[in-house]
Design a binder for this molecule. Structure first.
Ligand code: BTN
Length: 126
């Protein structure tokens, strides 16, 4: 069984906390990115998401969430699936789209970046 709740770190060193997933699969949390496409000072940003609750997910649910960056005018959407790997470790395999705000419609072509991130559970230091 794979659970989204808790603290995660990805391959870029970004940290994410998902506080709780409600009965409808709706969740919220916060995201601290390790990198930015802007030169702004990085700040903790809120995320809101939804997890698929369909019974044929076999404990490895699909999900999506949006990060509304508090320090830039961009938005990122992530989509992914929570897997339990061969060692019993939970891993989130995701793809993302980062939409930047551009000056005008002529610059629309360069406004969206795409990529992948792999998240693993952040072990507490206790
Ligand atoms: C911005 O640059 O305007 C906001 C920060 C974007 C960070 C991106 S989102 C996709 C990728 N995964 C991360 O953990 N950080 C970068």
């Amino acid at each position: 069984q794979c659970s989204l709740t808790g603290r995660w770190i990805n391959d870029l060193g970004s940290n994410m906390t998902i506080t709780s997933v409600n009965a409808n699969g709706v969740f919220a949390g916060s995201y601290h990115t390790a990198v930015s496409a802007t030169s702004n000072e990085i700040k903790l940003s809120p995320l809101q998401g939804s997890m698929q609750k369909s019974p044929n997910q076999k404990g490895q649910p699909t999900f999506g969430f949006t990060v509304n960056w508090s320090f830039s005018d961009s938005i990122t959407v992530f989509t992914g699936q929570c897997f339990v790997d061969e060692y019993g470790k939970e891993v989130l395999k995701t793809m993302w789209l980062l939409r930047s705000c551009v000056e005008n419609i002529k610059n629309d072509w360069k406004a969206t970046r795409v990529g992948t991130n792999v998240f693993t559970r952040l072990q507490s230091q206790e």
